[in-house]
Design a protein around this ligand. Sequence first.
Ligand code: DX5
Ligand code: ZN
Length: 229
Amino acid sequence: MIAIVTMRLAPSVLNADLARLADQVAAIDGIADWVHLDIMDGHFVPNLTMGPPVVNSLRRHSDMFFDCHLMVSDPVALLPALAEARVDLVSMHVEALADPGAALAAAADAGIAAGLALKPGTPLEAVLPWLDRVELLLPMTVEPGFGGQSFMADQLPKIRAARAAIDAGGRAVALQVDGGVNQDTVLDCLAAGADVFVIGSAIFAADDPAAAARRFRAVLDREPVRGER
Ligand code: DX5
Ligand code: ZN
């Protein structure tokens, strides 16, 4: 169980200098709460990034909370190798799962906290049957696959609905947003009820990623603590 007591900052290294991945993660360690690792397979999304060997290598350089966003056609197949890399959480896309219950059970067996992610076109109802078994929901605010896209404001009602469903359920389920989150749109996400903020290019495309992360940290730390849920 993840006890959410503050707003969490989860920088995505997708648009970082991936040839210097460990250094880039070190730059935001101590400022951010989680590091968000986007794993893509060129099938589920039209882009190809890193896989378990890279995550495993990174683990030798970082003790941060590894939040792995699995944009792959068969996320369950990656779970044993990701467990070896001691990832802390995986979010699996519900569109990729024939049997979400079995996938969540597989993550639990692997000792990894699990969440469910949704593409913008997927209704929230697709994940609601699993709300009592997930640690996190991720309604995407761009089409998954690439950093640096524009925030889809038409996804805000889905985030608000997810917040209402989580609060009604009474369990601690993190509500993550990912895609186009920047100094402007982060405020809309906060107002809609998100509590974990994936931020890629607005941190790692900045001249000074640590300074950019500190600016987001300051915005999030101004928020009232929601309390342990
Ligand atoms: C996109 C990824 C995101 C991406 C976000 O599919 O899931 O995590 O890195 O990057 P920005 O913040 O630039 O939209
Ligand atoms: Zn992501």
